[in-house]
Each structure stands twice: as C-alpha cells, then as structure tokens.
Write a protein that binds this ligand. Structure first.
Ligand code: ADP
Ligand code: MG
Length: 562
C-alpha cells in the first residue's frame, strides 16, 4: 500500500505518492495539486479545507483561519466559529482533507504518511506535526525536513557527489540547508532559517505602504476591507517584474486606493526583508565553514522564490543563477513521496542513506562560573550535529550532602537557560557526600525524527533514569489525545461531490463583493440562477450552468491567481 508524501505548508499543502518508478502528484477534489492550508467552518457547522475556505477569508473572517502553522507546538488556541482549536487540530483537518482526496484518487485506503517539516522546527513543533498526522488517521512513518525533501526531488542524490544549498522561501517560513552528497550518503551540513519570514511579510510590507500613503492603518478598515486589500496585494505581488500594467485600484469605504505598483517602489519595500533573508544563509555557510564558491548548486523552492528580486539577491551572493526548474510549490511533496517510496524499499530508487542535522543546541542547566546558583546552559548536543547523535557529558553535585540531582533539559543557543526553551526535566537520588563528590552522567540521544531521549546515570550507584520528554509545551497526554480525536471526529466535512459548486459560489460571492454597479447586478443574477438550479438537483443541468457561471466569473475575476 502506498505511503503518502505530504508537504504540510504554512500557505499551501500538497501530497504525492511514489508509484513504483515515478512521483504521482495527487489532485484534490477541485483537480488542483495545491490545497491552501486554510480551514473554515460554515454556519451549518460543516468543515471546509482549501480554496473554498480561502475564498471565504474575505466574506467570513470569523469562520475561517489561515497561517496557523506558525503556531504549531504552542498551546495557543484559535477561535473559529465560536469553537477553539490548536494549530495541531487545524493541521489535522488539513491532513484529513488530503487523506480523503488521496483515497478518492487512488481508490484505496491510505493510512501511512511521510510529512515534511521546516528544518528549523523544534521538538515541540515536530511532535505537534506528528500528532496532527495521527489525529487525521495516519500512521506517521517519519517526518522529513523540507529542504531534504526538495533536494531529493531535484535528484541531487543521483549525482556522483556535491555540496548543495537549498533555499526555501514559502508563505511564512524561510529554511536554509547545506547538503553534502558523497558516497551514496546525503548529509545535511547545516541548517538555519527564520520561522517568521515568508511571502506574507512581503504582502504586509506592500499593504502597509499603501495604507500609509492614505494616512490610515489596517485598523481603520473593516475585516472585510482588509481581506479585500490583501487579495489585491497578493495578485499584484505576483505581477511584479512581469510585462503589462500592475495597478491596485480599490474602494475601501471612504478610502480610495489607486496605485501603480512599479518595480522600484517594490524593491525599496522589499530590501529590508531580502537583507533579513541573507542572514540565515550566511550563518549556515559559517557553521559549515564553507564559502559561497564551495557550493555546487543553489536550489530554490517555495512559492516566494518566484520573486525576481529574491532570485537576483541569491544570484549576486553566489555569482550564478540558482536552479529552480521544478515547480517550487510542489518540489517538497514530490521529495516526500520519493522518500516514502524509499521507506517502502522500492528498488527503483537505489540505495540512499539520508542523514540530517539537529538544527539547534540541546543542553542542560548548570551552575554559573561563580558557583552561586543555576541558570547557566551547558550544551550537550551542539547545533548542526549530524543525527542520529548520542552524546554524554558529566556533572557533579553542587552542594554538600545533596540528596537529589535535577536535570533540566533545554534547547537554544543562549548562555542563560532563561532565554532558551525548557523541554522538561527529571530528578534522581544521589548518595550524600561533600559537594563535587558525586558524578552524574547525562546522555542525550537525538533521532531522525527530531525526538530527544535523555538517560541520566549516577556513577557511584549505577542508578539510571531514562526519560523521553513528555511535558513539552503543546504535547498532549493520551487522554487529551483521545479527547482531541473525538472532538475532530464529531466535525463533519462538506461532501466532496458538492465542492465544485461550493467553490464556484464562494468565488462568485468574492467577485460580487469586489464589483460595482451593473457588473455586480449581472453577477448577482447569474449566481441567483445557479442557486435555483442547484435546488432542483439535476446533475446535468447543474454541470451545464456551472460552465456558464465560470465563464461569466472569468470575465470579471481579476483576483483568480491560483
Ligand atoms: P508554504 O511553504 O508556506 O506553504 P508555498 O511554497 O506554497 O508556501 O508559497 C506560498 C507563498 O508563495 C505565498 O506567500 C505566495 O504569495 C508566494 N507566491 C506564489 N507564487 C508567487 C509568485 N508568482 N510571485 C511571488 N510570490 C509568489
Ligand atoms: Mg513550503
């Protein structure tokens, strides 16, 4: 049975399978390969995922949510149609929808998955992703770093050898990885990134500049007007650098926006963001002790790498053009599918062993140099260590007749644990004695899936405590997991077969809202007619009129950019 390769993106998700000798991308219920990672609940309580939900961001902002991947691994809950959801639960709904699409397309149940995560995701975020997969009904075979998946999609593993730089600029995250391929082994040498840099930030920059020119802020607009503006900005961003007119003309209540979006204007706005993007690239090169000349191939993935300015920035840094010939939105799903095929030991792929890195430092809390107290960070596994990795370091008791040693587990790069992320802790008894007389060995083992096992041993007694961190923020107990499952199961999805009609109505509503006068009336009439035919439930009649409505909307819809 096929294992589904899934790119669970901030903005868009996609999935594919390895069919034995090639990647097969899976179309969703609308026949498209990209499913926007947007979840909505309508007034009847039915869940919608994807384009229909995205179209409703304008008209039903309180019942629709997007970009929740940024909250993965946190306990933050999002309000959606008067219910509250964690990012894990919302992701589970996206995954459920992909699962249904895959099963419908393949005509068989699909229960196993390989899911991609940004290389820069921490333990909590990885566990939350794994849990989202389980809540959607998948056995999660493994998680794969997005840049690693991209490299596989580009077939970089089919070369004799090489050092490659993968840059993934999506909607909300930026990932940088240096991969080295040698002797049939793909090794990720460094990864860095910025969890808060993506295409959305370029949109925000444009939007803020437009509003500033009007002397207003987003707060002066209704949620509906804001969403309308956001749609126009996205469309316009995609036209930058292309021939032809690129003008944003919008009436937002009493505010009139009419602006020619020219390249120079955008370059000025984008420059601070492009400078930010350079930083993790430089850090990754530094960590790997490489200069730009040592990179054999620079590969771009993620929808935002379509921006000419980004390509130019990268081109200047490396003195050559980056590779970007595979659809940047689909490369990761394709790589995840190939990895899934590899997992199923498909001979067509040959032998590749993939190694990854731990993208951050893992350590424990120790006393400061003055021995006055704790609060200091002792690294155990260094950032960018190749995984699987297992490292042991020892500490000694700090006080006379100390009875208990507490091992606090932290992740981060700061000298002070207060600035790092607390992952958990464990305690064990030590025999009394003078300070420094008892030695405690702490072993950290970090595996391919980004999960950390901690083993602590008291040298003198041989007493061992072994712990996989359970109290990580965002992690759920078994009972909480069952509860979340039951809750998600209760949510009913919209029937798949009505999706096309709903997509059309949602699009129609959007076009209606952004039109005026006669055009608006014309659209209203066509939609009214469609409503009537839908009520009569005659499939042929519906299909015929759907084609006509589509034609009408195509004429007026300036924002149909997907
Ligand atoms: P994610 O990995 O976050 O799901 P994607 O790789 O799907 O994201 O990229 C989505 C981002 O790509 C969005 O911010 C979108 O605005 C941007 N994008 C898509 N096409 C273009 C384009 N032609 N020009 C500029 N940006 C684009
Ligand atoms: Mg992505």
């Amino acid at each position: 049975m096929a294992i589904l390769g899934i790119d669970l993106g901030t903005t868009n998700s996609a999935c594919a399978i390895w069919d034995g000798d090639k990647v097969q991308l899976i179309p969703n219920r609308l026949g498209e390969f990209l499913t926007p990672s947007v979840v909505g609940i309508d007034d009847k309580g039915l869940v919608t995922v994807g384009k229909v939900a995205r179209d409703r961001l304008i008209s039903h902002s309180d019942r629709t949510v997007a970009v929740f991947k940024r909250l993965m691994g946190s306990n933050h809950q999002v309000q959606l149609a008067r219910q509250r959801f964690t990012a894990t639960e919302l992701s589970a709904l996206v995954l459920k929808s992909l699962k249904e699409d895959a099963e419908a397309f393949l005509g068989q149940p699909v229960t196993e998955a390989v899911i991609s995560v940004p290389a820069y995701f921490n333990d909590n975020q990885r566990q939350a992703t794994r849990l989202a997969g389980e809540l959607a009904g998948f056995k999660v075979e493994r998680l794969i770093n997005e840049p690693t998946a991209a490299a596989i999609a580009y077939g970089l593993n089919q070369r004799a050898e090489g050092t490659f730089l993968i840059l993934d600029l999506g909607g909300g995250t930026f990932d940088v990885s240096i991969l080295e391929f040698f002797d049939g082994v793909m090794e990720v040498h460094a990864s860095a990134g910025d969890n808060f840099l993506g295409g959305e930030d370029f949109n925000n920059a444009i939007q803020e500049a437009l509003l500033a020119e009007q002397g207003i802020t987003a707060l002066d607009l209704s949620p509906q007007q804001r969403a309308q503006l956001a749609t126009a900005v996205e469309r316009s961003k995609r036209r930058i650098g292309l021939p032809g007119d690129n003008r944003i003309s919008l009436t937002l209540g009493k505010h009139q926006i009419d602006k020619q979006i020219d390249d120079d204007w955008f370059t000025k706005l984008a420059t601070p963001l492009l400078l930010r993007a350079k930083r993790p690239i430089e850090r990754a090169l530094d960590d790997a002790k490489l200069n730009p000349g040592a990179i054999d191939e620079v590969v771009l993935v993620g929808g935002s790498t379509r921006m000419g300015l980004f390509r130019a920035t990268v081109g200047r840094m490396f003195g050559r053009l980056p590779a970007c010939h595979i659809d940047p939105d689909l490369a990761i799903a394709m790589g995840a599918a190939i990895q899934a095929g590899l997992k199923a030991k498909d001979a067509a792929l040959g032998e590749i062993v993939l190694t990854d890195v731990c993208p951050y430092t893992l350590g424990t809390e120790v006393n400061g140099p003055d021995s006055k107290g704790g609060g200091y960070f002792m690294p155990i596994i260094e950032r960018n260590s190749t995984v699987p990795v297992s490292v042991e370091r020892s500490v000694v008791t700090a006080h006379d007749n100390q009875q208990v040693v507490r091992v606090a587990i932290y992740q981060g790069e700061s000298r002070l644990v207060a600035n790092n992320i607390h992952l958990g802790e464990l305690e064990l008894a030590v025999p009394p004695g003078p300070a420094g007389s008892q030695q405690v060995d702490i072993r950290y083992s970090y595996d391919m899936n980004g999960l950390l096992a901690v083993d602590v041993t008291v040298a003198s007694t041989g007493l061992k405590v072994n712990k996989v961190i359970e109290q990580a923020p965002g992690a759920l107990s078994t009972a909480q997991k069952a509860e979340a499952l039951a809750r998600l199961d209760k949510l009913k999805f919209h029937p798949r077969d009505q999706e096309e009609n709903r997509a059309l109505l949602a699009r129609g509503e959007r076009v209606y809202q952004s039109s005026l006068g006669d055009q608006r009336e014309y659209v209203a009439n066509v939609l009214g007619e469609f409503d009537k035919v839908l009520e009569r439930q005659n499939p042929q009649e519906i299909a015929r009129l759907r084609a006509k409505v589509n034609e009408v909307l195509d004429k007026f819809d300036r924002d149909n950019w997907l």
